[in-house]
Design a protein around this ligand. Structure first.
Ligand code: ZN
Ligand code: ZN
Length: 207
């Protein structure tokens, strides 16, 4: 990937791109929000669950939060509420504070390659863009979003929040149908037996 050799691209953003698989505007949105949250809440990457992120979409941006903020699906400190909004709440448990970042307005390219970008935009909008054109358009938009002042992209507000519970830790038990070990709190009662969810759902429901 040529973008990984590009010196304009910061190292931690390259990490996001490696993890995510490509550079796209979504990754930049997530990257910018993560960096800003770390700056204003004075955070380090979350090793445990001291930082929690609530993402109001399930798009590319989420991967940047996982890499930069350390809010990961495996640790349980990444909560997805897919409202289809480019908005994120970052909660610091230590400081008992949270900020919500929400995207302000329509995107407008303000970079140096305006003419080239407009041609690419038209090609993309018409559905006639080649793969290379699409890639170039994403690159230009991404670099423009990277360069813009944060305040021009996102609105930042301190917000009230309900402190999320820590990730649930429960012992495992064998499902009484398939025998597979299952987190005890996820087992369902089926005629007095404890079934895992797939077994429960494929069994005849009791009367
Ligand atoms: Zn992407
Ligand atoms: Zn089962």
């Amino acid at each position: 990937m040529d973008v990984l050799n590009n010196t304009e691209v910061p190292e931690d953003l390259k990490e996001c791109i490696r993890f995510h698989g490509h550079l796209c505007p979504g990754i930049i949105y997530g990257y910018r929000v993560s960096k800003e949250a770390m700056r204003i809440l004075k955070l380090n990457r979350s090793g445990d669950e001291e930082v929690v992120a609530v993402c109001e979409n399930d798009s590319c941006s989420v991967d940047a939060l996982q890499i930069v903020l350390g809010t990961t699906s495996g640790k349980g400190n990444l909560i997805i509420k897919n409202y289809g909004k480019n908005a994120y709440t970052v909660i610091s448990r230590n400081q008992n504070k949270a900020y919500r970042f929400s995207r302000k307005s329509f995107y407008r390219y303000l970079g140096k390659e305006k003419e080239e970008f407009d041609v690419l935009e038209q090609a993309v909008a018409s559905g006639m863009a080649t793969k290379e054109q699409k890639k170039r358009q994403k690159f230009l938009k991404s670099m423009d979003l990277l360069a813009k002042p944060f305040i021009d992209i996102f609105e930042t507000k301190e917000t009230a929040f309900v402190m999320p519970e820590y990730a649930e830790i429960a012992s495992s038990k064998a499902c009484e149908k398939c025998g597979e070990m299952t987190m005890a709190t996820k087992l369902e009662n089926f005629n007095g037996k404890e079934f895992c969810v797939p077994c429960f759902e494929t069994s005849n429901k009791p009367e």
